[in-house]
Design a protein around this ligand. Structure first.
Ligand code: ATP
Ligand code: MG
Length: 151
């Protein structure tokens, strides 16, 4: 596990870029923590680090947004804050997870009922004050054994 602190939105985006640049596809990232903690902000960086050119916006209302990254990687960005029982989007995520070229960024995964794969990265953002966030990064599974070394 790694625990970092960022002191501005830009620092969080830059951390996201570093993380995104290390992903190669078939990655599941769970983004947890406070409302306004920076889950969407770090997602902007992760998508940019993966080569996405489009602006990443919050999927709060659309629930799912898809971006194209480098090497044909598809970035699926979800926000399950408003998920209600039986919502089709949860099943779509489970179907899409079979795509081993894609990268999945999932805000509010706590609201899902389904079991997610064990092999994953969890990023937990805690609001310290208006500009400071504590960011914990945890990896699960052999694939990410050395992932945090240079982050
Ligand atoms: N160090 C920081 N890191 C990230 N965001 C920061 C930081 N300092 C201030 N901010 C601000 O905090 C807000 C974070 O909002 P963001 O939408 O990324 O949060 P979120 O976790 O996705 O919220 P939600 O749970 O509503 O989806 C932004 O307005 C951003 O400018
Ligand atoms: Mg958000």
């Amino acid at each position: 596990m790694r625990i970092l602190r960022t002191e501005s939105e830009e620092e969080t985006i830059n951390l996201g870029k570093k993380i995104g640049a290390k992903l190669g596809g078939g990655d599941l990232l769970l983004l947890k923590g406070d409302l306004g903690g920076g889950k969407t902000t770090i997602s902007k960086g992760i998508a940019a680090g993966l080569g996405a050119k489009e602006e990443v916006t919050s999927p709060t209302f659309t629930i799912e947004q898809i971006y194209k990254g480098k090497n044909d990687i598809c970035i699926f960005h979800y926000d399950f804050y408003r998920l209600s029982a039986g919502d089709i989007t949860e099943f779509e995520l489970l179907e899409n997870l079979k795509n081993d070229k894609a990268v999945f960024l999932v805000e509010w995964p706590e609201n899902l009922e389904a079991d997610l794969p064990h092999e994953r990265i969890e990023i937990i953002l805690t609001f310290i004050n208006k500009t400071v966030r504590e960011i914990q990064i945890k990896t699960f599974g052999a694939k990410y054994k050395n992932f945090l070394e240079d982050i």
